[in-house]
Ligand binder design. Structure first.
Ligand code: FES
Length: 92
């Protein structure tokens, strides 16, 4: 989207996910605890997409998670632990 299209809107970035005291967002914590990343290149996008997914669907199935993240590519993990992380965050 062009920046002008976001005029007047709230924008959330990965830098704003953790609390001011450094406490990780539950999705970040789930990725860390479930080894949902390797090189980390895709991780910000995965965390943001997964957080949005759970806001829309708090109790997703594994299939829901895989479909919800299909626009994000990861060259490292094979997605297994990413999906596991999102499901863990959903059940937390
Ligand atoms: Fe390396 Fe996803 S963890 S691209």
């Amino acid at each position: 989207m062009l920046a002008v299209q976001a005029d007047g809107q709230d924008i959330r970035t990965i830098e704003g996910m953790a609390a001011a005291d450094g406490t990780l967002h539950p999705m970040q914590q789930a990725f860390m605890e479930n080894h949902g990343l390797q090189c980390g290149y895709c991780t910000p996008g995965m965390v943001m997409a997964a957080t949005s997914l759970l806001e829309e669907n708090p109790n997703p199935t594994e299939r829901d998670v895989r479909i919800g993240l299909e626009g994000n590519l990861c060259r490292c993990t094979g997605y297994h632990n990413i999906v596991k992380s999102v499901l863990a965050a959903a059940s937390a």
